[in-house]
Design a protein around this ligand. Structure first.
Ligand code: ATP
Ligand code: MG
Length: 138
């Protein structure tokens, strides 16, 4: 079984649609094996998105991710990483396929409702960033 790190982002928590997103995750066959609602600090958001530190959108991204609570969660499935990326849809919701989370709920390329790890390496780093092994229960 593979694990991936998901974040339900501030645009979704403020609209009170975390349950609707969780239903889409579970309907897609992914299992939520850990979950918590937290408010990221500026330092945590900067560290989490460190790979984007030289991008023009980095400061806006950090400000946005700290603007309201997020729900961080570990999803499990046989191909959890690619299955969840497929369920999320493209970064820009304008190009996302029907039936994806971003097509259904995202407001813009920044306010795009969810994050999902993009490789086994990032999944391992990102799961460990938020959870210890005692918090993950399959
Ligand atoms: P995530 O990492 O959040 O799952 P992603 O892998 O689809 O999304 P990345 O390229 O890793 O996209 O970008 C991280 C996040 O930065 C995006 O989800 C989005 O919120 C924001 N972002 C990416 N590209 C842009 C852009 N061109 N303009 C504004 N914000 C952007
Ligand atoms: Mg990414």
């Amino acid at each position: 079984m593979q694990k991936t790190l998901s974040i339900i982002k501030p645009d979704a928590t403020v609209r009170n649609i975390t349950g609707k997103i969780n239903a889409m995750i579970e309907d897609a066959g992914l299992k939520i094996v850990a979950q918590k609602r937290i408010r990221l600090t500026k330092e945590q958001a900067q560290e989490f998105y460190i790979e984007h530190k030289d991008k023009a959108f980095y400061d806006d991204l950090v400000e946005y991710m700290t603007s309201a609570p997020v729900v961080v969660q570990v999803l499990e499935g046989e191909n959890a990483i690619t299955d969840y990326r497929k369920l999320m849809g493209t970064t820009n919701p304008a190009t996302a396929e029907d039936g994806t989370i971003r097509k259904t709920f995202a407001e813009s390329i920044t306010h795009n409702s969810v994050h999902g790890s993009d490789s086994e390496e990032s999944a391992a780093r990102e799961v460990n960033f938020f959870f210890n092994h005692l918090e993950i229960l399959d």
